[in-house]
Design a protein around this ligand. Structure first.
Ligand SMILES: [Fe+2]
Ligand SMILES: [Fe+2]
Length: 286
């Protein structure tokens, strides 16, 4: 297959068209929401982060839609408009779930965005890349633990697919944008690392706030066993890495894909395996 030059006009047309053509139409209200038994309902309601998820999706829609009028290129704008529609629909999907299953979570006031909306959009984009990568692993763990009926995970899988499309679009958008500005690969990579650093520190801040909010107890006592029985950090990284690769296979190989996190994870996995082998050798020798 012909390789498209990243950052070219052709590349721009290609990644925007790909994004627009893979749009799926659905209404969160009419999705096949399952009836949950009392036990599953308790589990769903005990998840402590629905409020945060709801806010994150509302915020995503607000940022994308605020940035939209500043996008001058017509095809890029068409794609970003669609992302705005999808993020707003994610927020609706979470709201429908909250109402349907009586989850204790409400809409939070929306923070003001910085004047530089493009930087806000870029910060948000790298944040999505980080969230999606960790989310791939978490989603697999949750699904395997049969924490909720499979039909519920099928609904969330639609959302995961759209998030994967968003990050693929974003990585291509960044490559095109940087090329327009004449930035070189080294600058681009340094810049990504810097933005990932900001995304990671926001995520840690959120986790810390979450722990303070419920003292880290509620969830730990009632629910964590589902996830944490036999939890291993190495396994989690492996799940993120593999799920990322599996989900990325759904995309045209001519599109750029997020590379930094998978390669850091791949490196860590090689380290874990080496360490494991050493430990086994030491144990065998003892
Ligand atoms: Fe979203
Ligand atoms: Fe998204």
């Amino acid at each position: 297959m012909m390789k498209i030059k990243a950052g070219s006009q052709q590349h721009k047309e290609f990644f925007c068209r790909q994004f627009i053509e893979t749009y799926q139409d659905y209404d969160p209200e009419t999705l096949p929401w399952p009836e949950l038994d009392a036990e599953s309902l308790d589990r769903l309601r005990a998840v402590p982060f629905w409020q945060e998820v709801y806010h994150t999706e509302r915020r995503a829609g607000a940022i994308v839609n605020a940035f939209l009028p500043h996008v001058t290129d017509p095809v890029v704008r068409e794609a970003i408009a669609l992302q705005g529609v999808e993020e707003t629909r994610h927020a609706n999907l979470i709201r429908v779930m909250i109402e349907r299953y009586g989850i204790d979570a409400a809409a939070q006031p929306m923070e003001a965005f910085p004047e530089d909306l493009e930087t806000a959009f870029i910060d948000f984009g790298f944040g999505e890349c980080l969230d999606a990568f960790l989310g791939f692993g978490a989603f697999k763990t949750a699904r395997q633990s049969e924490f909720l009926p499979p039909s519920m995970f099928d609904i969330f899988d639609v959302l995961m697919f759209e998030e994967t499309r968003h990050i693929v679009f974003f990585i291509n958008y960044m490559a095109w944008r940087e090329k327009q500005r004449g930035h070189f690969a080294v600058t681009r990579n340094l810049k990504s690392a810097w933005f990932y650093g900001r995304a990671a520190s926001r995520l840690f801040g959120m986790v810390r706030r979450g722990q303070d909010a419920n003292d880290g107890k509620d969830f730990a006592v009632t629910q964590a066993n589902f996830f944490l029985d036999g939890f291993s950090f190495g396994q989690f990284v492996e799940d993120c890495y593999r799920e990322n690769a599996r989900r990325m296979r759904a995309f045209d190989p001519d599109l750029l894909q997020p590379r930094l996190l998978p390669s850091v994870a791949g490196l860590a996995l090689r380290g874990f395996r080496l360490w494991d082998r050493r430990r086994q050798q030491t144990q065998a020798a003892a």
